[in-house]
Design a protein around this ligand. Structure first.
Ligand SMILES: *Cc1c(COP(=O)(O)O)cnc(C)c1O
Length: 347
């Protein structure tokens, strides 16, 4: 069988055997009636790990962020977010389209943060000309900036401003566990200053489906209604939530392996002529680089045919380490990439 190593995303991870077993054996009930014990357990467990009052199981990170926005904001309100965030760029404009909430993008700097002076100035004064600012969002780890990690100090500095205006701070923590493992701290400690957090079970944690929105009781209860409105309330959802519990129990600590593999990959790529990358700028599991060829898509197709799948988004290509990628897979991919790039006679 042809060897295929898929580095496109950590979303391609397949559920582990333990997850499949837990799914098969899950106790279930009607979650819309609040009677699915497995979904309830996942929500409680996630909330405890994040140090928040409550949790809400949702179908995706996108739904988690949207439900958070709809929970914190009302029609006509405004959300401040970095201009390179997933929430602003890659969630189909849901807050505006479905919630009547406008986005107020602020320039993200190279570390994935927003400038605090910009932020202070962006908060709308109470004046009928403006859409009231009702949520501020941060992203951790920062996808566009190569999985960069915001520290508790970064988050605290934004939360100080948010609190002074009584505006909730939401963290899009799709990969918040990667950040916590990198910082060697608990997720609860890392997100202590956030009012709500979304994280994905379906990325590095390896579950097949799902995200959890965590926050205060009120935020989560209103979020539950918003989830219903969006058609995201599901019935015997414990079948899926069971895998999420296994993910939280068994897949967090191993994220460090992904970070080591990403590091190995980045260093290896930096030695291949024709590839430009700063191997020191990827602390977690995402790796970005540029390839010096005007035949980008042809090269990507060629790698694909040789069994190495990457995300060849212009201008930067992305490769992601995850549970289904071993250190040997990294070495294999580096070998294939080295040979293929050579065939393209780059440099
Ligand atoms: C993947 C991702 C999301 C959205 O998650 P989906 O489950 O794909 O909807 C949100 N934010 C960030 C930073 C992400 O990387």
């Amino acid at each position: 069988m042809k060897r295929i190593v898929d580095f496109r995303s950590d979303t391609v991870t397949k559920p582990t055997l333990a997850m499949r077993k837990a799914m098969a054996e899950a106790q279930v009930g009607d979650d819309v009636l609040g009677e699915d014990p497995t979904a309830n357990r996942l929500e409680t467990m996630a909330a405890e790990m994040l140090g928040k009052e409550a949790g809400l199981f949702v179908s995706s990170g996108t739904m988690g962020n949207l439900v958070a926005i709809l929970s914190h904001c009302r029609w006509g309100d405004e959300v401040i977010a970095g201009d390179r965030t997933h929430l602003y760029n890659a969630e189909a404009g849901g807050a505006s389209a479905l919630g009547g909430v406008s986005y107020h993008p602020l320039r993200n700097n190279e570390s994935g943060m927003i400038d605090l002076v910009d932020l202070e100035q962006a908060v709308r004064p109470a004046d009928g000309h403006y859409a009231p600012t009702r949520m501020i969002a941060l992203e951790n780890t920062h996808n566009f900036y190569g999985g960069l990690v915001l520290t508790p100090d970064d988050i605290g500095s934004v939360s100080n401003i948010a609190r002074s205006h009584e505006i909730p701070l939401h963290i899009d923590g799709a990969r918040i566990f990667n950040a916590a493992v990198y910082l060697e701290m608990s997720v609860a400690e890392l997100v202590k200053d956030a009012d709500s957090v979304t994280f994905c079970l379906s990325k590095g944690l390896g579950a097949p489906i799902g995200s959890v929105l965590c926050g205060g009781h009120e935020t989560v209860e209103r979020g539950r209604r918003m989830r219903k409105m969006l058609g995201g309330a599901m019935r015997q959802v414990g079948v899926v939530a069971a895998a999420g519990i296994v993910a939280l129990e068994t897949m967090v600590e191993r994220l460090g392996d992904d970070h080591a593999n990403a590091r190995r990959l980045a260093v290896g790529l930096s030695k291949i002529p024709g590839i430009s990358i700063d191997p020191d700028s990827f602390p977690t599991n995402l790796v970005f680089f540029t390839v010096d060829t005007d035949r980008q898509s042809e090269l990507a197709r060629c790698l694909d045919e040789r069994g190495v799948k990457v995300l060849p988004r212009s201008p930067r290509w992305r490769m992601v380490a995850h549970n289904d990628i071993s250190t040997d897979d990294v070495d294999y991919a580096l070998d294939v990439i080295d040979n293929t790039v050579r065939d393209f006679a780059i440099s």
